[in-house]
Design a protein around this ligand. Structure first.
Ligand code: ADP
Length: 387
């Protein structure tokens, strides 16, 4: 059956950026998202207004499309499983998401696949019984909420045992269901953070985009440099990780994989995103096939496109909110547009808040040169952020 209507759970910027690719491929998008103001409402053929974890809304979504995909993984898998049993088609399939939605389960899955991960353990009620194990990770450690973490929400760097006790006490006092489970892992004093976006087709073909370097500030991605300045062996190892993971989960669609490169050249997997990823936004302007087109190609059963860079390199800078405002920052966007080979993507959000992703800029590079990429990123940031 040829797929003509794709349902997307989530209507943020990731769904919005599928709009052009959907048009190109002759596919219509129907989104499930809570608010009229969400970015993808403007490009969707139809919208089911509901939170992403509302399974009843997804049942309605299913009546409007041929296949359902995700731009947001904070879904209710139990509710979706009932729909899958009734024949509703999800791509990627729910079994490919199941081991990933909880960060502890995800680490276990990766470890069982023999992929390299930081040392980790789950926190249980009796923290004191874990003291020696946690101390053996060496402080600082990283405390992570097992579920619903994103952009560093729910990730805490903990300098010592007393701080860990206080932090967990404080969390337990204000407990919500989402915050109640934690894992702790070794702090990796990485030399670089890397990421790769990879896609797998219905037929099992896997393609990977160039490995990129990502730079985070306060655990939020600020910029991405493509390609990363790493050795051929490291790039090959990361591609192999992507193949192993996507094959093992029998993914159909695009996944993002975040990694650490240690000072002695080791690669460790940090996190898997079962969807298109911020580290792949450069592909919209920088690659033969964008990650958004690639995702739609995969889930619609089409052959995968070429993920290669069109230029020698690219740098992508997130435009993060730095104030509470309803401005659309026209002036700044006009200034950014004057940077040669720059492409601005403005998500059309009606409210700016500190740290909120409002848009991004990609600048294509004539040379593959990390210092040049970083200097250009600083130019973008000096225009965007108030001095
Ligand atoms: P989120 O799901 O919120 O994106 P991540 O686990 O990716 O959370 O963490 C966000 C950022 O925090 C990472 O990009 C990295 O900069 C830092 N971080 C996370 N885990 C570790 C770790 N084990 N060691 C060092 N830094 C870490």
């Amino acid at each position: 059956m040829s797929i003509k209507r794709v349902g997307v759970i989530g209507g943020g910027q990731l769904a919005w950026m599928m709009g052009d690719a959907a048009h190109k491929l002759g596919v219509e998008l129907v989104v499930q998202t809570p608010s009229q103001n969400d970015p993808a409402v403007t490009i969707a053929q139809d919208t089911v207004f509901a939170p992403v974890d509302d399974g009843i809304a997804t049942e309605i979504l299913a009546t409007k499309c041929d296949v359902i995909t995700f731009e947001n993984e904070f879904v209710n898998l139990d509710a979706l499983s009932l729909l899958a049993h009734r024949g509703i088609s999800f791509r990627p399939r729910l079994a490919a998401l199941a081991p990933l939605l909880d960060k502890y389960d995800q680490r276990c899955y990766l470890r069982d696949l023999r992929l390299p991960v930081p040392r980790f353990l789950a926190i249980n009620e009796d923290l004191n019984s874990l003291q020696s194990k946690i101390e053996s990770l060496g402080f600082p450690v990283v405390l992570k909420s097992r579920r619903h973490g994103y952009d560093g929400q729910g990730t805490f760097i903990i300098p010592d045992w007393a701080t860990l006790q206080h932090k967990l006490d404080a969390i337990n006092t204000n407990k919500t269901a989402h915050q109640s489970l934690f894992l702790v892992e070794e702090f990796v004093p990485f030399a670089r953070e890397l990421a790769v976006v990879a896609a797998r087709s219905v037929d099992g073909d896997v393609v990977a985009y160039p490995v990129v370097e990502t730079q985070q500030e306060q655990q939020v991605c600020r910029l991405v440099i493509a390609p990363a300045e790493i050795t051929g062996d490291q790039a090959a190892q990361i591609e192999a990780i992507a193949h192993t993971l996507l094959d093992s989960l029998q993914v159909v669609g695009v996944f993002g994989i975040e990694l650490f490169l240690t000072t002695d050249g080791q690669v460790l997997v940090n996190e898997i995103a079962p969807r298109t990823h911020n580290s792949g936004h450069f592909s919209l302007d920088g690659c033969e096939t964008s990650q958004f087109e690639q995702h739609l190609r995969a889930i619609c059963g089409l052959p995968l496109g070429n993920p290669a860079l069109k230029s020698n390199g690219a740098v992508m800078v997130n435009l993060l909110g730095y104030e509470n405002s309803q401005s659309d920052y026209q002036d700044k966007r006009q200034q950014l547009a004057k940077i040669p080979q720059s492409y601005i993507h403005w998500y059309g959000k009606t409210e700016s808040r500190p740290g909120r992703k409002l848009g991004h800029v990609t600048v294509l590079l004539d040379h593959q040169h990390r210092d040049e990429a970083i200097a250009l990123a600083h130019t973008v940031e000096s225009i965007w952020y108030p001095s």
